[in-house]
Design a protein around this ligand. Structure first.
Ligand SMILES: Cc1cc2nc3c(=O)[nH]c(=O)nc-3n(C[C@H](O)[C@H](O)[C@H](O)COP(=O)(O)OP(=O)(O)OC[C@H]3O[C@@H](n4cnc5c(N)ncnc54)[C@H](O)[C@@H]3O)c2cc1C
Length: 381
């Protein structure tokens, strides 16, 4: 009998999973709450790591398309202090794909969507409840009252996953406040800022605060202000004036990034699950990506979501007659892989918003004399 697989959430994890299953001849329906692929902007740019995000794309048969969409020059990054002095400047080898090339999130999601049959994603299907059926599997209810059944339910529904609550009562805690702004057509409208940010990422590190900027493939700059989690109302951070006051004393060439934003600042809380979170295996259901292991955003979440998808798809394809053994094998390997990554992410997040962040980060990027220089060397202090 055919196994009916439902994937809740058509983000990077859910779509990668659907694509790899499809390559193995296994159908799955992706239920996505958004109305269409263009319903909302997908956010900034990601660097895909060879051992995780890029490996998943290879399993998806999309390595070639990734190379044509990715921007290896986006790996360039600079770290400055509040006076605008350069602490670290890393330039990748021109045209090299050996490191962690950047790709816009929207381009990556499109690449995955284009690789799936047209009916693989059921848009405008927000899952609101999943109820175990007496004979196994789950009954799914969507916000418009529509219902569907499945034999296997995979929660790829992100940070505030609905499916997660069927497996664990792990709660989220706030780890930071992030305020985002966007500067369109930067080369023409703000050439100084375009020059400052360069083709990749810029981080300006202060005491308990970071002003970051990132170049996207469409010529815009995405600005992100990271601040410690606090009890202040998020509305406080919608005021550009209030933000500029928080960066009082910083070099005006840097705070110009806040002034140049096209629309009002957009604040949000950044949350994480406890490190080491796991659950007891339950038949017919599992989680991938942020639903399984929401971590502070220090460069691993999307990569690990895609690797989860590749590993789960690989297990299901190798053992189609026994999906529970496949899920169990995936979960054990995933828990072991994620634990140290979640701990590292929590440490880096704490380091970035500490009073000694600049020193710590420079040390982080500077190899110790007894150690060989890392493969992606090129940092200068
Ligand atoms: C500011 C920021 C920067 C980041 N930078 C990086 C980076 O550089 N590198 C990196 O690897 N990671 C990064 N991350 C982390 C990364 O964004 C996530 O880890 C990744 O998107 C997780 O993928 P996912 O598929 O699990 O979840 P998501 O990408 O969140 O996708 C979940 C999908 O499920 C849908 N959905 C949600 N609820 C429902 C529901 N009830 N029913 C149906 N659909 C639903 C959503 O609409 C969405 O499409 C960053 C995160 C943030 C916040």
């Amino acid at each position: 009998m055919l196994m009916r697989i439902a994937i809740a959430g058509g983000g990077l994890g859910g779509l990668t999973l659907a694509r790899i299953l499809h390559r193995h001849g296994i159908d799955a329906v992706v239920y996505e709450r958004e109305a269409s692929r263009s319903a909302r902007p997908q956010g900034g740019s990601l660097d895909l790591h060879p051992e995780s995000g890029q490996r998943a794309l290879a399993d998806a048969g999309l390595a070639g398309r990734f190379r044509s969409e990715a921007r290896p020059e986006g790996e360039e990054h600079r770290i400055l202090d509040p006076a605008g002095r350069t602490l670290v400047h890393h330039k990748p080898q021109p045209g090299s794909f050996s490191g962690r090339p950047e790709i816009d999130r929207s381009a990556l999601r499109d690449l995955l969507l284009d690789s799936l049959p047209g009916d693989a994603v059921a848009w405008q299907h927000r899952l609101v409840a999943a109820t175990p059926r007496p004979d196994g599997g789950f009954g799914l209810t969507f916000d418009d009252g529509h219902r569907a059944d499945c034999d296997v339910l995979i929660g790829a529904d992100g940070a505030r996953s609905v499916v997660r609550s069927l497996l664990t009562d792990a709660t989220l805690s706030s780890v930071a406040t992030l305020v985002e702004l966007s500067i369109s057509d930067a080369d023409r409208r703000h050439p100084d800022l375009a020059e400052l940010v360069g083709p990749g990422n810029l981080w300006c590190i202060g005491v308990n605060q970071i002003l970051a900027a990132q170049r996207l493939g469409d010529g815009s700059i995405r600005v992100g202000i990271s601040l410690p989690a606090d009890d202040r109302h998020l509305e406080t951070y919608r005021s550009r004036r209030a933000l500029l006051d928080m960066f009082d004393g910083w070099d005006p060439s840097l705070t110009a990034l806040i002034e140049a934003g096209d629309s009002p600042p957009a604040p949000r809380r950044i949350e994480a699950m406890p490190t080491g979170a796991r659950w007891t295996h339950r038949p017919g259901i599992t989680l991938i990506g942020d639903a399984a292991h929401l971590m502070p955003p220090v460069g691993e979440g999307a990569n690990q979501a895609m690797l989860d998808a590749a590993e789960l798809a690989g297990e299901l394809a190798a053992n189609p007659a026994d999906p529970d053994s496949a899920i169990r094998a995936y979960e054990e390997a995933m828990f072991t892989r994620i634990h140290p990554i979640a701990e590292m992410s929590a440490r880096v997040q704490a380091m970035m918003l500490s009073p000694t962040a600049a020193d710590d980060i420079v040390r982080f990027f500077t190899p110790r004399p007894t150690e060989p220089r890392p493969a992606e060397a090129g940092h200068t202090s």
